[in-house]
Design a protein around this ligand. Structure first.
Ligand SMILES: Nc1ncnc2c1ncn2[C@@H]1O[C@H](COP(=O)(O)OP(=O)(O)O)[C@@H](O)[C@H]1O
Ligand SMILES: [Mg+2]
Length: 1079
């Protein structure tokens, strides 16, 4: 948490003299000394700041300090010049009151420094920004420029302001600086030509000579050596702690920031150089024949260089130094100047040149820093005027300076002491009057229009006849002799006749700050401030723009015979303006006190300080403050300012302001003796109370700010919300519109589709109807055409051939048939009877014909085939055909015989000699000869026999011998039995009772069974007289063996001993033949 130091806490001595106890001059002094020893250079008397010059830099002017004092209550922190500056600035910014800061004190007491501190503080705390910063910078940088030209080292102060300066800083409503106006008061120009011992000329001369580059010095025709210039006093050319060459750079830089053009700077420096040159011009007397003394310029080199610098014709200036032209009543009279007059003219020119240059600088700076905006602005004036001065030798300048200080004291008294007391009376506040010294009487002595010193000086200056300083003093002695504060040796008042401290050529004034002895010498001249017209005209002729500007009265076209206003008159007028100006503003006082005469730190000279606090009237100041009230304010602004501290007065008080304030104060925990109600103001006794009020107000303001912020934020949020809502509605409306548009378009296109379908459907329906109608119409047309045709045909039939259609049909059929037959002819299959191919049928209606033709063709093909056979081959095929008729599909052996040709004579009986006997025994031709197996009836075993078939019989013969064993006539054979299987067994059954049947039937087996049986069957067929031979095909048949009938049974079985067929006698009645299974 921030630790607050208060004016009333942790103090060294007492921070506010109002709180000093007991109050006496000694305790006052003691308190100041105590604080000074502890580096506390500032002390308050109420709102007046007493500032002691520390003569060394203290660490209390840092940016941190600025921040510390910024926006803090006056009484909150320990006394500081920043507190006063802050108070002034805030009341300017917040209460719209123009302010002035009046800084008073002796020369060297720290006024100029104080004014700079105030300005730098205000610059630090006021607004920022590019434009504002530029203005600030220019305002601050005007100081070094003016100090270089207007300050000089005096015995009292190394940097003493030799002019008075009042600067108005202008602010806008926010408290940002806009610009400023500087007023300057009476530059001590005598210093240009002569300086008292131990003092210097204005800084700029030394700065230029030590700081400028060799090059620019050469251009200005100057030498670096100070001793070469008469106007520069040598004894204190170098000052401790002053770096002239560094300062020169600072000045050049400052001029640039303030806005001086390069050529302007050069012109200024040329003028400075010209003044130095001017000082070096010396004159020598030359007696003329008429006995008068004339002056001549000793060495014209300096004159020449000066004329070159300023662009003046040398002869013109030379003449101006030798002659003086007086114009009176249209007459021009030229008189020569003696050496003294020539020196006077030279010095007058130098002083005028310099002082006019200084005034021009101020005007030029004002041009740069003047506020641009034409709006109404608030003003803070800072007055830093030369302090009260008492030298050994005091002249016109000191008189003027001290007069000015009198006026300032007057305004201080006006505003603090008298005003305050008068106010208590006016306001009907209980009050015991405090005595104080009012210096109005001294001001009157000096400035009274009728018999004031200044008025009399002017009178003397304007008076025709010989006017000298002595005549002026005489006048004073007569007129002011009675005045309490005027002292003169020769005045009628014999009081000072024997006062040897008062020389005859002097007069003494008892100023508020002490008695000052003025030497009257030079008063008239200085007041006249005369520059011979010849010189000003010579200057005007210069080919140098700045010089021309500075001497407008030299323009021969504007010859003005009227005397220019005197210096005293001008000064009085400007001081009068200044005072009126200050009275319109809220004053803030800084009263500077010099602790010692040695410009030394840590030395506190009691007597010196005591003297100052006396003449500054600080004791009275404290007394008035203590007796009265620290703070007062009219009821309206007071109520306005503090009304938020009480519920009843916030936010509005409807009744009279005074009542409002009374209500307000009664509600606050402030003791009743702490305040009084005046007629129009409330008076608050103690700063603590004010501080308390301010603190409460600050808290309340914070709360109010929060409230305002709250309401503002609420409003902002609400309006933002409403804006959003509005926007949302707009967006929603647009979106809905868009959505509806889309929906509408969808519906529309859907409708179009539905519509188009419906229309299509309707159209198609219509089309269908129309088509139907059209078909109906066509049908009707056709029917009617047919009908008409029929009718017509019926009518015309007799004229047509009745069977034309049939003929055409027949013809067509014929043609088709023809084409078919011709096609068939070229497409016939091969002549092979077994070829199964036949072309495809082209027409369905030819189906029967096609099949029939195929059959016929086949038959024909077969016939053709047959017709190429020989008789033998035919017989063979007949036999084969018969075999087929007998065995096909009845005996398994048959298929294998189909491909074997029926050879008949396998043994080639007739040719083979072996069978010669047998062949010859045969009466008939042998149709078949083969070897067969004769099955033994008893055991079933086979015996090979030659089997012969002739036309009438069957013969069995022995295979080896050829001896006939049996011969059976064919008619004795009744039937032949064979099995259904693939064996070669066959049984020849004989007719019962025949001769051959004695031994029983024969059971034989042959490889050519099919041929044998077929041939035997043929015999029966071919012989007409014979019975047909039966052929019995079965797997079980009976065979007659002698007396027994034996059953021969064929079974399928496994072949034994490699034999394909085995035969076995099973018993008397059964002979079993097992035949291998045909695969
Ligand atoms: N606040 C201060 N801190 C340090 N030195 C100061 C202060 N005030 C004045 N001085 C010293 O005193 C000298 C004279 O002060 P200045 O302001 O020029 O006096 P004045 O303008 O009253 O004649 C300055 O040059 C400076 O050295
Ligand atoms: Mg000063």
């Amino acid at each position: 948490m921030e630790v607050k130091t208060s004016l009333l806490d942790n103090m060294i001595g007492v921070g506010d003299m109002v709180l000093l106890e007991p109050l006496s001059e000694d305790s006052f002094l003691e308190n100041l000394k105590n604080r000074f020893d502890h580096n506390e250079i500032y002390t308050y008397i109420g709102s007046v700041v007493i500032s002691m010059n520390p003569y060394r830099s203290l660490p209390i002017f840092t940016p941190d300090k600025v921040e510390e004092y910024r926006n803090r209550n006056f009484y909150e922190l320990s006394p500081h010049i920043y507190a006063l500056a802050d108070e002034a600035y805030r009341s300017l910014r917040d209460q719209d009151k123009d302010q002035c800061i009046l800084i008073t004190g002796e020369s060297g007491a720290g006024k100029t420094e104080a004014s700079k501190l105030v300005m730098s503080y205000v610059a630090a705390v006021c607004g920022k920004g590019q434009e504002v910063n530029k203005v600030k910078e220019q305002l601050l940088q005007s100081n070094p420029v003016l100090e270089a030209f207007g300050n000089a080292k005096t015995v009292r102060n190394d940097n003493s302001s030799r002019f008075g300066k009042y600067m108005d800083i202008e602010f806008d409503f926010k408290g940002d600086p806009l610009g400023g106006v500087i007023s300057n008061y009476l530059l001590e120009k005598s210093r240009v030509v002569k300086q008292p011992r131990g003092e210097r000329n204005f800084h700029i001369f030394y700065q230029l000579l030590s700081g400028a580059s060799d090059d620019s010095l050469k251009k200005l025709k100057l030498h670096r050596d100070f001793s070469k210039y008469n106007y520069l006093s040598l004894d204190s050319a170098a000052v401790n702690g002053l770096d002239d060459s560094a300062n020169f750079r600072t000045v050049r830089n400052a001029m640039q920031i303030v806005g001086f053009m390069e050529d302007e700077v050069q012109s200024v420096l040329e003028l400075v150089a010209a003044v130095l040159k001017l000082g070096n011009i010396e004159f020598k007397p030359e007696s003329r024949c008429n006995g008068t003394d004339e002056s001549r310029i000793k060495d014209k080199n300096d004159l020449k260089e000066m004329c070159e610098l300023l662009g003046i014709e040398q002869s013109v200036l030379e003449r101006a130094f030798s002659y003086r032209t007086v114009e009176a009543k249209m007459e021009k009279v030229s008189t020569t100047l003696n050496v003294a007059q020539a020196y006077y003219a030279r010095d007058a020119l130098a002083k005028n040149l310099y002082s006019r240059l200084f005034s021009w600088l101020v005007t030029r700076i004002n041009e740069s820093i003047k506020a641009q905006a034409k709006t109404r602005h608030k003003v803070m004036g800072v007055l830093d005027i030369y302090g009260f001065e008492i030298f050994e030798d005091n002249s016109f300048e000191q008189f003027i300076i001290n007069y000015c200080n009198e006026k300032l004291q007057q305004i201080f008294i006006e505003l603090t002491l008298r005003e305050e007391q008068e106010e208590y009376i006016r306001e009907d506040i209980e009050w015991t009057n405090i005595e104080y010294f009012n210096n109005a009487i001294i001001c009157d002595l000096i400035e009274n229009n009728k018999n004031g010193i200044l008025a009399m000086l002017d009178e003397e200056c304007l008076r025709p006849g010989t006017v000298t300083d002595e005549t002026f003093l005489d006048k004073l002695n007569t007129i002011c002799a009675e005045h309490q504060h005027f002292e003169s040796r020769l005045s009628k008042n014999s009081m000072f006749l024997s006062d040897h401290s008062l020389p005859h050529s002097c007069f003494r004034i008892q100023h508020y700050a002490g008695k000052v002895l003025y030497r009257v010498e030079g008063f008239v001249d200085k007041n006249n401030d005369l520059l011979y017209r010849d010189l000003s005209q010579a200057m005007y002729k210069a080919n140098h723009s700045l010089i021309k500007q500075l001497f407008p009265e030299g323009n021969p076209a504007k010859v003005n015979l009227k005397r220019p206003p005197t210096a005293g008159f001008q000064f009085k007028a400007s001081v009068g303006t200044l005072m009126r100006n200050l009275q319109t503003k809220n004053p803030n006082y800084i009263r500077c006190i010099k602790p010692n005469d040695k410009k030394a730190s840590h030395i506190f000279t009691d007597s010196l300080v005591r003297h100052q606090l006396r003449y500054l009237g600080l004791m009275e100041n404290v007394r008035v403050r203590r007796a009265g009230y620290a703070f007062r304010q009219p009821y309206e602004p007071c109520l306005e300012r503090y009304k938020m501290l009480c519920k009843r007065t916030w936010p509005h008080w409807r009744g009279p302001a005074r009542e409002g304030v009374e209500v307000l104060m009664s509600e606050l925990p402030v003791p009743a003796e702490e305040f009084s109600y005046g007629r129009s103001k409330i008076f608050i006794r103690n700063p603590r109370t004010l501080f308390f009020l301010e603190e409460r107000r600050r808290q309340c303001l914070q709360d109010l700010a929060t409230l305002i912020q709250k309401i503002y934020r609420g409003w902002k949020c609400r309006s933002h919300f409403l804006l959003l809502k509005k926007s949302q509605i707009v967006v929603a409306a647009w979106y809905r519109r868009y959505a509806q548009q889309k929906k509408y378009q969808r519906i529309k296109s859907a409708t179009t589709v539905v519509q188009s379908y419906t229309r299509g459907w309707q159209a198609r329906k219509l089309l269908r109807e129309l088509k139907y109608q059209k078909r109906c119409e066509e049908a009707v047309t056709t029917i009617s055409a047919y009908w008409h045709g029929t009718q017509i045909r019926r009518e015309y039939r007799k004229f047509f051939r009745a069977n034309a259609g049939k003929k055409i049909y027949d013809f067509t059929i014929q043609r088709i048939m023809q084409k078919y037959f011709l096609g068939l002819k070229s497409n016939l299959p091969s002549m092979s009877p077994i070829d199964k191919k036949w072309p495809a049928r082209p027409y369905l209606f030819l189906d029967g014909v096609h099949t029939e033709l195929r059959r016929i063709f086949h038959l024909w093909r077969c016939k053709k085939y047959r017709s190429q056979f020989t008789e033998e081959k035919k017989a063979v095929y007949e036999e084969k055909l018969e075999a087929s008729e007998i065995f096909k599909d009845k005996k398994a052996l048959y298929p294998s015989s189909v491909s074997q040709p029926f050879k008949g004579d396998y043994l080639e009986i007739s040719k083979n000699p072996k069978y010669q006997k047998l062949s010859s025994a045969m009466e008939e031709k042998v149709l078949l000869a083969d070897v067969v197996n004769k099955i033994n009836r008893a055991n079933g075993k086979g015996t090979a026999r030659i089997f012969l078939l002739t036309k009438n019989s069957v013969v069995l013969a022995d295979q080896k011998t050829g001896q006939v064993k049996a011969s059976v006539p064919l008619p004795d054979l009744t039937s032949v039995s064979v099995s259904t299987q693939s064996d070669g067994f066959f049984a020849l059954k004989l007719k019962e009772g025949s001769a051959s049947a004695v031994k029983g039937d024969f059971l034989l087996s042959s490889e050519h069974l099919i041929e044998i049986i077929t041939k035997m069957h043929r015999m029966g067929t071919t012989a007409a007289d014979r019975e047909q031979l039966d052929i019995d095909i079965s797997d079980e048949f009976l065979v007659q063996f002698k007396h027994d009938k034996v059953c021969v049974k064929f079974i399928q079985g496994v072949p034994k001993n490699g034999n394909s067929v085995s035969c076995k006698r099973k018993n008397n009645r059964l002979l079993e033949v097992s035949v291998p299974t045909t695969a």
